[in-house]
Design a protein around this ligand. Structure first.
Ligand SMILES: Nc1ncnc2c1ncn2[C@@H]1O[C@H](COP(=O)(O)OP(=O)(O)OP(=O)(O)O)[C@@H](O)[C@H]1O
Length: 803
C-alpha cells in the first residue's frame, strides 16, 4: 500500500529483527553489515538482558567514576538472589561501594562484565547456597557467639572483636597496595591478595545508600539499635537472622571455614603442552543455585530461563502472572479518540503488548510486538493462542476507505495463494486468516523478516553484492511474471514491500497488495510510492503491469547504489530526476499525459526545429510561480547524472579494490547491469521489457554479456515503424519529422557513450518489445482507462494522504 514517509516507522519498529545474510553475499562493503548488526545486538542485550533494572544505576555511571573508590556509593547492585541476605540487622551497613583495582586499566565494559554475575569468569567462586546461609555461626571465627542481643544491641565482646579486626585491617593495609576503604570498614588480612579479591568480587554484592547509618558506627558508639528498613525490596526467602552483618569477603571465608573444607575453585592455568588440554572436571560445587524441584541449575539459567523460579526461591511472597504484566503500548499516538476510545486520532487501533485480538477459540492472537506501520494500519507480531504459531497480523484502520481497500488486498492474496500459486513457489506473502476485531479488519499473514529497505539500512546504505542483487532480482521477476500472466498489477512495489523470508536466507516475499488491481480495472491514477513511480503515472496516461517493471528497475538500481536512484521530493522533482538521468519520454507520452502540462511546456517552434524534443521541463521558478508553491532545488545525491555514469563510477567494494582482475570482472558486471536497467527503466511503457523478457537477460542468466542483447520477440534496432507510437498517435498531429525524431530518440542508444547529451545516452531503445503486442496493449489501455476513469471520492481522499 502507499506510503509517504513510513520508512522511519517501519524501520524503527523493525530494528529488533536481524538480517544475518552471509556477509560475502551481502555487500560492497562486506564487513559493515556484520559489524553493524553486531553492534546492534550488543546494545540490545545491554538494554534488555545484560543490563537489568537492578543494575541500571551502575550502568549510568560515567566511566571515570570507576577509577576512584567511593565512600558513599550512589550506585547499587541489588542482588535478586539475596546472597547478601538483607535482614533488619544488616541494613545499616555501609557496604563497599564498587571494586576498582587501581593497578589495572580495566575498561568500563570489562568492569561491568566482570561485575555481572551473568558472565562467569573462569576464576569465579561457586555461588553460595542460600539455604545454608543462616545455619552457620555468625562470624569468621566459629567460636564467636552471637554479637547482638534480642533487642538488636551488640555485645561488648563483639565490639572488642571489631576493634581487633580494625587493628588487623590497618596492619594488612600497610602490607598491601589496596586501601581498606575499598572493602568497607572491616577486613581480614588473609584475603588481601589481588587474585583472591577479584575472585570474591565475582560474588554479587549489595550496596546500600550512605543514608543508612553503618552498623560500625553504631557499634562504636555502643548505641546500636534496630536498623531502618532497606530502601530495596527484600528478596531473601529465608527467615531474618540475628547474625552480625558480614561483608561479602567474610561471608565466603566463613563458609569455607565452617565447612571445614576448601572450595575447589577452577583457576586459569598456562597451557604449555597437549597434556594441559585434558579437561579437568570439577565436582559440582555445593553452593549451586537450586531450582524448585531441588535440582541444581547453573547461575546463567537461574537468571535467564529460570528467573521466575529464582525469584520465587528468593522470596515466598513473590508471585508472577503474565496477565498482570504492565502492558506496553505499541501504537502512537496512544490516546483513545475514536471508536469508543479503542482507536487513536488516526483511526489506528491502540495496541498493547499482551492484548488478545479475536474472540473465536482458534482465532485468538496474543500481541507480542510491532513489526511495522503503514498508511493502511499497523502490522504486529502475534501468537495464535491455540496453535502457538507466531504470525504477523495487519490491523487495518477502522475508516471505511482503508477497510474497503484492505478487503481488496485480502481478495487478491486469496487468489494468489489459493489459485495462482497454491504451491507457494512464486514469492507471494501467504495469508492465513482474516477476522474483524473492534471494527478493525485483521489480516493474518505468515511472519517474515526484514524488508529490503531495512537490509540496506543495516548495510549503512552501501550497495549489495552483484550476486545478491541478481538473486533478489530473479525472485522478484518470477513474481512479476506470474502477476503479469494473471493480469494483476501490484502498484506499490518498493523495498519496504519486499521482505526476507528468514534472516539467514536470501529468499524474498512480496507483500502489501493493498493498492493492487487487475490490469483491466486500472481505476486509480494516483498510485505507487513516489520514488518508484513510473513516468506514465506521473504524466497521467493509462498504465499496465509495466509500471511494476519500472518500480523493479528503481529497486534494482537502489540495491546496487544503496540509496534510491530517483529520490524525488515532489512529483515535479521526481520527473526532473528521471529526465535528467534517462532523457525525455517520447513525445506521444507527453502529448497524451493529463498532467504533462503541469510539469512541461512546449518548446517554441524555433527551438524545437533543431531539437528532437517538442517539450521541455518547466524551470523550477516557472513551476513555483505558476502554482504558487515553494520547491526546494533538487538535491544531488550522485556526482554523475546519467544512469550509465552513475553505475560505472560507483565506488568499488573494498574487497576488490586491489585486484585488477576482480575490478575488470566487476566492470563487466556493471556494463551488464547498465544494459539490464536500460531495458527495465525504459521511459516508454510500450517498449519496457516485460518480466518474462527481463528474465532472459544475461544479468539474470549469467550468460556472457557481449554488449548487445535483445529480448526474444523484440525488433532489432532500426528506424521506427509507424505504429510504434501506438495509440499516442490518435491525438498526435505530429509531422513525419516528429516521428523520426521520436525514432531517433528511441533507437539511438550509444552503449559506450559516457555522458553526452540526453540522446546519446538514451537507453530507451534497448531490446524493444514486440511491436504488435505493444500496440494491442495500448488499445487495452485506452479502453479500460476511458471506461473506468473517475475514481471514487473515497479514494481521492486516500491518495491525498501520500503527498
Ligand atoms: N508478514 C509480515 N512479516 C513481517 N513484517 C511485516 C509483514 N507484513 C508487513 N510487515 C512490516 O510492516 C510494514 C508495513 O506493512 P504493509 O506495507 O503491509 O502496511 P501498509 O499499511 O500497507 O504500508 P504502506 O504504507 O506501505 O501501504 C512492512 O514494511 C513490513 O516491514
Amino acid at each position: 500500500m502507499k506510503t509517504s514517509n513510513n520508512n522511519n516507522n517501519s524501520s524503527s519498529s523493525n530494528s529488533n529483527k536481524n538480517a544475518s545474510l552471509s556477509p560475502t553475499l551481502l555487500t560492497h562493503s562486506d564487513a559493515s553489515i556484520t559489524s553493524s548488526r553486531d553492534s546492534q545486538d550488543t546494545s540490545h542485550l545491554g538494554g534488555g538482558i545484560w543490563n537489568p533494572s537492578y543494575m541500571s544505576q551502575a550502568s549510568q555511571r560515567p566511566p571515570q567514576q570507576h577509577s576512584q573508590p567511593q565512600q558513599n556509593p550512589q550506585f547499587s547492585f541489588v542482588n535478586p538472589w539475596g546472597e547478601e541476605k538483607i535482614t533488619n540487622s544488616q541494613q545499616n551497613l555501609v557496604y563497599p561501594p564498587q571494586y576498582d583495582d587501581p593497578n589495572t586499566n580495566e575498561s568500563l565494559d570489562a568492569y561491568r562484565r566482570r561485575k555481572s554475575s551473568l558472565v562467569v569468569p573462569p576464576t569465579r567462586a561457586a555461588a553460595p547456597n542460600p539455604f545454608e546461609y543462616d545455619s552457620y555461626p555468625a562470624y569468621t571465627n566459629s567460636n564467636t557467639s552471637l554479637p547482638a542481643n534480642a533487642n538488636g544491641q551488640f555485645s561488648s565482646a563483639y565490639q572488642q572483636q571489631q576493634q581487633q579486626q580494625q587493628q588487623q585491617q590497618q596492619q594488612a593495609y600497610q602490607q598491601s597496595a589496596i586501601h581498606p576503604s575499598q572493602f568497607g570498614s572491616r577486613f581480614v588480612p588473609s584475603l588481601y591478595d589481588r587474585q583472591e579479591f577479584q575472585r570474591r568480587q565475582s560474588l554479587a554484592t549489595t550496596n546500600y545508600s550512605s543514608n543508612f547509618p553503618s552498623i560500625n558506627s553504631n557499634a562504636n558508639q555502643g548505641t546500636s539499635s534496630i536498623p531502618a528498613m532497606s530502601p530495596y525490596r527484600r528478596l531473601s526467602a529465608y527467615p531474618p537472622s540475628t547474625s552480625p552483618p558480614l561483608q561479602p569477603p567474610f561471608k565466603q571465608l566463613r563458609r569455607d571455614e565452617v565447612q571445614g573444607q576448601k572450595l575447589s575453585i577452577p583457576q586459569m592455568q598456562p597451557c604449555n603442552s597437549k597434556n594441559d588440554l585434558q579437561p579437568v572436571i570439577n565436582a559440582t560445587p555445593k553452593f549451586r543455585r537450586a531450582s524448585l524441584n531441588s535440582k541444581t541449575i547453573s547461575p546463567l539459567v537461574s537468571i535467564t530461563k529460570s528467573l521466575i523460579t529464582t525469584y520465587s526461591l528468593c522470596s515466598p511472597d513473590f508471585t508472577y502472572q503474565t496477565s498482570k504484566n504492565p502492558k506496553r503500548v505499541l501504537t502512537k499516538p496512544s490516546e483513545g479518540k475514536c471508536n469508543n476510545g479503542y482507536d487513536n486520532v488516526n483511526s489506528d487501533y491502540i495496541l498493547y503488548v499482551n492484548d488478545v485480538l479475536g474472540v473465536e477459540q482458534n482465532r485468538k492472537y496474543l500481541v507480542l510486538d510491532i513489526l511495522g506501520q503503514g498508511t493502511f494500519g499497523q502490522v504486529v507480531k502475534c501468537q495464535n493462542l491455540l496453535t502457538k504459531e507466531i504470525l504477523a497480523v495487519k490491523v487495518v484502520k477502522s475508516r471505511t476507505e482503508y477497510l474497503t481497500q484492505s478487503i481488496t488486498e485480502a481478495k487478491i492474496l486469496e487468489l494468489l495463494n489459493k489459485k495462482i500459486d497454491p504451491a507457494n513457489e512464486h514469492h507471494f506473502l501467504r495469508m492465513h486468516d482474516s477476522f474483524v476485531h473492534k471494527n478493525h479488519l485483521c489480516l493474518v499473514f505468515e511472519l517474515l523478516s526484514n524488508n529490503l529497505y531495512e537490509l540496506l539500512k543495516q548495510n549503512k546504505f552501501h550497495g549489495l553484492s552483484m550476486q545478491l542483487i541478481r538473486t533478489f532480482t530473479t525472485q522478484i521477476l518470477d513474481s512479476l511474471c506470474v502477476l503479469k500472466e494473471s493480469k494483476l498489477i501490484h502498484c506499490d512495489l518498493k523495498p519496504e514491500n519486499i521482505l526476507l523470508f528468514a534472516p539467514d536466507k536470501p529468499e524474498l516475499k512480496i507483500i502489501d497488495f493493498g493498492s493492487s488491481c487487475e490490469e483491466t480495472r486500472t481505476v486509480y491514477t494516483y498510485i505507487q510510492s513516489r520514488f518508484y513511480r513510473a513516468p506514465e503515472i506521473i504524466l497521467g496516461i493509462p498504465y499496465s503491469t509495466s509500471i511494476d517493471m519500472w518500480s523493479l528497475g528503481c529497486i534494482v538500481a537502489e540495491l546496487f547504489l544503496g540509496i534510491p536512484i530517483f529520490p524525488g521530493a515532489s512529483e515535479y522533482n521526481q520527473l526532473t530526476r528521471i529526465i535528467d538521468t534517462l532523457g525525455y519520454p517520447p513525445s506521444w507520452m507527453i502529448d497524451m499525459g493529463k498532467n504533462s502540462g503541469k510539469f512541461m511546456t512546449k518548446l517554441a517552434p524555433e527551438d524545437s526545429d533543431n531539437s528532437p524534443q517538442k517539450h521541455r521541463m518547466k524551470t523550477i521558478e516557472e513551476f513555483c510561480r505558476e502554482y504558487n508553491i515553494v520547491e526546494k532545488p533538487s538535491k544531488q545525491y550522485f556526482k554523475w547524472k546519467k544512469l550509465p555514469d552513475i553505475i560505472r563510477n560507483y565506488r568499488y567494494p573494498k574487497s576488490i579494490q586491489n585486484t585488477q582482475e576482480l575490478i575488470d570482472q566487476e566492470m563487466q558486471n556493471r556494463e551488464c547491469l547498465i544494459h539490464f536497467l536500460g531495458g527495465v527503466l525504459n521511459l516508454n511503457p510500450l517498449e519496457r521489457w516485460t518480466p518474462q523478457q527481463a528474465m532472459l537477460h544475461p544479468f539474470i542468466t549469467k550468460q556472457v554479456f557481449t554488449g548487445e542483447w535483445f529480448p526474444p520477440g523484440s525488433s532489432l534496432p532500426g528506424p521506427p515503424r509507424k505504429h510504434d507510437n501506438a495509440k499516442g498517435q490518435q491525438n498526435d498531429n505530429r509531422s513525419t519529422k516528429d516521428s523520426n525524431n521520436d525514432a531517433n530518440h528511441n533507437y539511438v542508444y550509444n552503449y559506450n557513450a559516457g555522458g553526452g547529451g540526453a540522446d546519446s545516452v538514451d537507453i530507451s531503445s534497448i531490446g524493444k518489445r514486440n511491436v504488435n503486442l505493444s500496440n494491442n496493449f495500448s488499445n487495452d489501455f485506452i479502453e479500460s482507462h476511458s471506461v473506468q476513469e473517475g475514481p471514487s471520492s473515497e479514494f481521492n481522499k486516500l491518495h491525498i494522504v501520500e503527498e
